[in-house]
Design a protein. Structure first.
Lengths: 306, 283
């Protein structure tokens, strides 16, 4: 990582950690918490997104799984920490099943299947009315203070960032880059591509599950639509893509931009929030196309000069 | 049970129509157009608004609105295909996927703003007739026939006309097609235009049979995408058959379980199919 990138990454993470401790209540507290949760989702999304080049439209499946496992455990009478441990174990099993199911798919098919899985979970949790509260959602009592919740979320973001860095620098990170470039070639040189994919996807799934747990602990409410939310998945996708900077700085800057934009959209443009989201998506995609064309023109100019 | 089968046949016909357009777009341009279902909803809204002015039958409106949908297809091409033509295949697919998702989300809000949350229903009364003791709704039978005719005409267009042959050549080998003087930009624009016309016809037929929510575009696209993956990309016969199968599954799931569980059953089966086939027939 270049020094300036490391500097800005540390600045952003420290600022989020300190502000999560300083502002735990009121509007600012909620905003900081949203930033941290969106940050965790985006950084975790970025692990398979960058290294395997997979576009998931259903990253929120893991978020919803974590939230519901925790919510059901609390509603059965467990206290915070036992419920947290149980929900981590249960959501780990759930995430592993989903990951095993999807690991064999490539590019567009993977995106499609993740979107399908998201809808399946949404509908399935709607039908399990006696356990999940159906489409009305699940309410739980406050189990820990808002300050503790903010701090735990900030530490989760730090841990996710550390996972991102460690994974990309480990041999598994290199393997996943090879797998992205050509799965067949990677298999030929002895890389266990399936194991690489599963490990990479699980590294992304666990923080998302934990984010779901902490989100429910703080807001006390989850519904199939808000837990297994397409908007949340798109936010993670956008945040990871919108700033063309590699490493964890890209998703972190993306989250600052997207969460702020989201806040303005939800408060100022009621009824048009999907449209604004769509505009940002469209802008990000068009920018990608223009950026490619600009780089191509620059390289052809350079070769002409040489 | 036979009545459920017939109902599945009608629903499958509309799905087939929707999926055939999507398959055409993917086969020729490699674009997973997530705004395809939104085009169907747009057609349904336009038809509903036109019905207030003049009571056109669904099939008359389909013919009259063809140039409008061709125009929408061209416009969509300028937004979700043309800017990413120079990108590599996988980067291009991802960029157009994101762009088309953006377009679908924008359209969803615009539809709600334009026509409200109320589901779009353009049902017109039509006599029911008896066939060997079975009650066959006349409108559904006609629309099923129209869907079959539309798919047949599209197949003829692709096989027997010069623009159609150009589209097929482009789907097989872009570079070789360019060497033979086929303009990839113009041809892919025509393909997306045709795909949008098919989406429009599907939307009009769907709203004539079932109420269609203004935010159901993405849902329709997803079903169509799964049909295309199951039936094979770039050909018309496979998605048409897979669409009929999906119609049957949905109909029987609704009959055997509750109405709300149909989506869970359908999507579960489709994801399992996707996974078993490891990414469809053509990766």
């Amino acid at each position: 990582m270049k020094p300036w990138k490391m500097f800005f990454t540390i600045i952003i993470l420290t600022a989020l950690l300190l502000s999560s401790a300083a502002f735990s209540k009121g509007y600012v507290g909620i905003f900081i918490f949203s930033l941290i949760i969106n940050g965790t989702m985006a950084v975790s999304y970025d692990i398979p997104g960058r290294s395997l080049g997979l576009i998931s439209l259903g990253h929120a499946v893991f978020f919803g799984l974590g939230a519901y496992c925790f919510g059901i455990a609390i509603s059965k009478g467990l206290s915070f920490f036992p419920a947290l441990i149980l929900s981590v174990i249960l959501s780990f099993v759930g995430a592993l099943m989903v990951t095993l199911l999807l690991a064999g798919l490539k590019h567009g098919y993977y995106s499609l299947a993740t979107l399908g899985i998201l809808i399946i979970f949404q509908r399935f949790f709607e039908t399990l009315e006696s356990i999940t509260g159906g489409s009305a959602g699940l309410y739980i009592p406050e189990t820990i203070s808002k300050l503790h919740c903010n701090l735990l979320a900030a530490f989760l973001l730090l841990a996710t960032a550390a996972c991102h860095v460690l994974f990309s620098r480990s041999r598994w990170g290199l393997y996943s880059k090879e797998t992205e470039a050509s799965e067949e070639a990677a298999e030929t040189i002895g890389i266990p591509t399936q194991t690489v994919k599963i490990l990479c996807l699980m590294t992304a799934a666990i923080p998302a599950c934990m984010a779901g747990v902490l989100h429910l602990a703080r807001t006390s409410y989850v519904s199939p639509v808000s837990g297994f939310s397409l908007t949340l998945s798109i936010t993670a996708l956008l945040a990871s893509r919108v700033v063309p900077v590699s490493g964890i700085l890209g998703p972190l800057l993306g989250v600052l931009f997207i969460t702020a934009a989201e806040e303005v959209i939800w408060t100022k443009f009621e009824g048009f929030n999907h449209a604004w989201f769509g505009l940002i998506l469209l802008g990000a995609a068009l920018y990608q196309g223009m950026d490619f064309r600009r780089k191509k023109e620059l390289s052809s100019l350079r070769s002409q000069l040489e | 049970m036979i009545q459920v089968f017939i109902s599945g046949l009608f629903l499958g016909g509309v799905y087939a129509l929707l999926a055939v357009g999507l398959s055409l777009a993917f086969g020729i341009m490699g674009v997973l157009n997530l705004a395809h279902g939104s085009m169907a909803v747009l057609a349904a809204i336009l038809y509903k608004k036109t019905l207030v002015l003049y009571p056109f039958s669904p099939w008359t409106f389909c013919v009259l609105a063809t140039p409008i949908f061709l125009g929408f297809g061209f416009l969509l091409h300028l937004i979700i295909v043309a800017p990413f033509r120079q990108l590599s295949l996988s980067a291009g697919v991802v960029a157009s996927l994101i762009a088309s998702l953006g377009v679908a989300l924008i359209l969803e809000d615009l539809f709600v703003w334009w026509q409200g949350w109320e589901p779009i229903s353009t049902y017109i009364t039509f006599p029911t007739f008896n066939l060997v003791g079975l009650k066959i709704p006349g409108l559904r039978a006609i629309l099923l026939g129209m869907a079959a005719v539309t798919i047949g005409l599209s197949t003829l267009f692709l096989k027997k006309t010069d623009p159609g042959r150009s589209m097929r050549a482009l789907a097989q080998d872009k570079e070789a097609a360019s060497l033979y003087g086929i303009n990839p930009g113009f041809t892919s624009m025509g393909a997306l235009g045709l795909a949008t016309i098919l989406a429009g016809v599907a939307g009009i037929f769907y709203s004539s049979l079932y109420p269609l929510g203004p935010r159901e575009g993405l849902d329709l696209t997803l079903k169509a995408l799964f049909i295309v993956v199951a039936g094979g990309m770039g050909n018309l016969r496979g998605p048409a058959v897979a669409g009929l199968v999906l119609g049957f599954i949905e109909s029987f799931a609704g009959f055997l379980f509750t109405y709300t569980s149909t989506d869970t059953v359908v999507y579960s089966l489709l994801v399992v199919y996707l996974v078993l086939k490891r990414g469809g027939r053509r990766q």
